[in-house]
Design a protein around this ligand. Structure first.
Ligand code: FAD
Length: 477
C-alpha cells in the first residue's frame, strides 16, 4: 500500500474512533482472539477491532469504511471452520464483531417467533425459547460459542436439519446493514410474504460478503415432550440409507436427527475420549444414531420405532439396536458422535471434507471414495461420519501411521481433488454446511458453472460495488 493511502486510512480510522464510544474499540492484547481462527489454520492482522453495541453504530462504521474504501471482516462467535471470519495478513482490515449486540428484542409465543440481535449466543436463544415452552431447533456442537449472526451468515446446519431445516428455514426476517451503511429493516415475522424478491435469502449464507446481519426474526416450534434416542449397528451404508427411510415412514416423519458413523470414526471417540463407551458387545462396520421426538407422550412413537426395528432385525437389515432409557444415556450416545473430531486429533494431521450428495448416492460415494483414496495413499485412515439424513458427510482423512505429518499434508490438494471430483460427478456439493470462506474459494471456481459464478459476482457488485465486505471470501473479485 502506498504511503498516502496508508495515511488516508489512518486518518479515516482516527475520525471513526472519535465518533464511537470508547468501549467499541478493542486494543492491544485483547485483539488476539479476533485475529485467529479457532483451529489456528488462519491467523491475520487488523487495523482495528470494533465491537459496536447497536445497529446505528454498525451503520456508522460501515459508512466510514465505505467512504474510505477500508475493507471489513464481519465476525460473530468466530467458530467458523473455513476461515471466513479471519482477517488477511495485511493489517489494513477492520474486524467488525457483533458480540456486544446480544439482546433479545422480542419473543412472541403466539406467533412462534423470537427476534434476536446478531451477537446472541445460540445456546442462549435455545434457552430463551425453552423458558416460554417453545423450541428453537438449530443445534450444533459449537452452540455454546457461535452466535446467531454467524449461524445465519453461514446458513448453519447441525443435527436437527432432517426435521426443521437449516438456519435459512428457521428465519422469517432480517435486519442488515449494507456495505454503504444503509440499514435494511426486513424484520418481518410473516409466514407468507410474496411482495417481491426474497432479499432475506440473499444475505443468509453469504458469509459476510453482501451485508452485515444485525438482527433476525427466528421461528419457534412446539417443544417436544418426548425424545427417543437409539444407536443402531448396521453392516453397510446401503442398509443405513434404507433404514433411514423405513424409520421416517414408521415414525410419521418424527425423526429429528440421523447420524452415520463408520466403525473407524467411532473408535476415535472410544479409544481417546474419556467417558465414551461402546454400548454393544460386538463391533459393527457402521452405526446410525437416531433421534425422534414428539410433543405427545411418546409411547406410541417408541412402539412404532421398536416395531420397525424388530422387523429390520428379523430381515437382517440391522444388526443390533440399543435405546436410551434416560437423558443421561441419550447424552452418552450423542457423546460418541460429538467426540469424533476430538478423538481424531490423536491420529495426527487430517484432511477434511464437508460434502453432500443425494442421500440415495451416499453408499456409492463412500465405496468409490474409499477405494480411490486407499489406492492413492496406502494406510490412510478414513474417518467418515455425519448427517446422513441430509446427505451431508464429514469425510475426513487421517495420516497413515508410517507417514510424516508434512508429507501427508503435502497431498491435501490431490485428496481434495479426488473427493470433490467424485462429489461433483454424483451431483453433490463440495461445501455442504460449513461454507466456502477462504478454504474452498479456489475449489468453487472449478465446480460451479460460469453462469453461476457470473450471477454471484453480479450480486456482489450490486450490493458491495467497492468490494469492502469480506474480500477474498466466497466470491472472487
Ligand atoms: C465444534 C464445532 C462444531 C461445529 N458443528 C457445525 C455443524 O454441525 N453445522 C454447521 O453448519 N457448522 C458447524 N460448525 C461451524 C460453525 O460453528 C458454524 O459455521 C457457525 O454457524 C458459525 O457461527 P459464528 O458465530 O462462530 O460465526 P463466525 O465464525 O464468527 O463467522 C462465520 C462467517 O460468517 C460471517 N459473519 C459472522 N457474523 C456475521 C454477521 N453478523 N453478518 C454477516 N456476516 C457475518 C463471517 O465473516 C464468516 O464469514 C461447527 C464448529 C465447531 C467449532
Amino acid at each position: 500500500m502506498s504511503d498516502s493511502r496508508e495515511q488516508d486510512r489512518r486518518q479515516a480510522l482516527e475520525a471513526l474512533r472519535s465518533s464511537l464510544e470508547p468501549q467499541v474499540w478493542i486494543e492491544g492484547e485483547r485483539q488476539a482472539p479476533f485475529l485467529k481462527e479457532w483451529r489456528g489454520r488462519y491467523q491475520g492482522r487488523a487495523a482495528a477491532v470494533l465491537c459496536p453495541g447497536s445497529t446505528g453504530e454498525v451503520a456508522l462504521i460501515l459508512r466510514h469504511c465505505h467512504d474510505a474504501s477500508i475493507t471489513v471482516v464481519p465476525q460473530s462467535g468466530n467458530t467458523g471452520l473455513v476461515g471466513g471470519g479471519a482477517p488477511d495478513t495485511s493489517g489494513t482490515q477492520v474486524i467488525l464483531s457483533l458480540r456486544r449486540m446480544n439482546r433479545i428484542r422480542d419473543i412472541d409465543a403466539d406467533n412462534g417467533t423470537l427476534t434476536a440481535e446478531a451477537g446472541c449466543v445460540l445456546a442462549d436463544l435455545q434457552a430463551a425459547a425453552q423458558r416460554i415452552d417453545r423450541l428453537f431447533p438449530l443445534s450444533l456442537a459449537s452452540e455454546g460459542s457461535c452466535q446467531i449472526g454467524g449461524n445465519l451468515a453461514t446458513n448453519a446446519g447441525g443435527t436437527n436439519v432432517l426435521r426443521y431445516g437449516n438456519a435459512r428455514d428457521l428465519t422469517l426476517g432480517l435486519e442488515v446493514v449494507l456495505a454503504d451503511g444503509r440499514i435494511w429493516d426486513g424484520l418481518r415475522s410473516l409466514r407468507k410474504d410474496n411482495s417481491g424478491f426474497d432479499l432475506r435469502n440473499l444475505f443468509i449464507g453469504s458469509e459476510g460478503t453482501l451485508g452485515v446481519i444485525t438482527a433476525a426474526v427466528l421461528k419457534l416450534f412446539p417443544r417436544p415432550a418426548t425424545t427417543i434416542t437409539a444407536l443402531l449397528g448396521v453392516e453397510t451404508p446401503t442398509q443405513a440409507v434404507q433404514l433411514l427411510g423405513q424409520l421416517r415412514q414408521a415414525s410419521g416423519d418424527a425423526l429429528t436427527g440421523c447420524e452415520l458413523m463408520s466403525r473407524a470414526s467411532l473408535e476415535m471417540s472410544l479409544h481417546h475420549v474419556p467417558g465414551c463407551r461402546d454400548p454393544f458387545d460386538s463391533a459393527h462396520a457402521w452405526y446410525l444414531l437416531v433421534e425422534a421426538s414428539s410433543s405427545g407422550t411418546g409411547t406410541a412413537l417408541r412402539e412404532a420405532l421398536e416395531l420397525a426395528l424388530g422387523e429390520a432385525l428379523e430381515a437382517n437389515a440391522v444388526s443390533d439396536a440399543v435405546f436410551a432409557d434416560s437423558m443421561a444415556q441419550a447424552a452418552a450416545l450423542w457423546r460418541l458422535r460429538e467426540s469424533i473430531p476430538e478423538g481424531q486429533v490423536r491420529y495426527g494431521a487430517s484432511i477434511k471434507h464437508d460434502i453432500s450428495v443425494p442421500v440415495s448416492r451416499i453408499p456409492e460415494f463412500l465405496a468409490q471414495a474409499q477405494a480411490a483414496l486407499e489406492a492413492l495413499i496406502p494406510g490412510l485412515r478414513i474417518c467418515a461420519f455425519g448427517h446422513i439424513g441430509d446427505g451431508n458427510l464429514h469425510f475426513n482423512l487421517s495420516q497413515p501411521a508410517d507417514c510424516g505429518r508434512d508429507a501427508f499434508l503435502a497431498r491435501e490438494t490431490e485428496c481434495n481433488r479426488l473427493v470433490f471430483d467424485l462429489v461433483d460427478a454424483l451431483g453433490g456439493s463440495i461445501a455442504a454446511e460449513h461454507g466456502v470462506g477462504q478454504l474452498r474459494l479456489d475449489a468453487l471456481d472449478r465446480y460451479k458453472s460460469d453462469v453461476e459464478l457470473d450471477l454471484m459476482r453480479s450480486i456482489k457488485q450490486a450490493l458491495d460495488p467497492r468490494g469492502i465486505l469480506n474480500p477474498g471470501k466466497v466470491v472472487k473479485g
